[in-house]
Design a protein around this ligand. Structure first.
Ligand SMILES: [Zn+2]
Ligand SMILES: [Zn+2]
Length: 77
């Protein structure tokens, strides 16, 4: 049994996510995303795809990066 770091649910199929120095135990991907995924610097939504990174700042998409004033960012896989 393991307890989810985000919602506190005690779930027998909980899993661990390790991201660099950070690690957490979660009962669902939704909770893992809530705790671990970077937030878009422009709209604040969670970046769960490739996103767009410019100067170390994460955006959910090129549109948000452009809105934040970043030049020359295109969506790419
Ligand atoms: Zn949870
Ligand atoms: Zn965004």
């Amino acid at each position: 049994m393991a307890i989810c770091d985000t919602c506190g649910n005690d779930y027998d199929k909980a899993f661990e996510v390790v991201m660099g120095e950070r690690r957490g135990t979660f009962d669902s991907f939704e909770c893992a995303i809530q705790a671990m995924a970077p937030a878009c610097a422009h709209c604040g939504c969670r970046v769960i795809g490739h996103g767009a990174e410019a100067d170390g700042t994460m955006y959910c998409c090129a549109h948000c990066a452009r809105k934040a004033g970043v030049q020359g960012v295109d969506d790419r896989a």
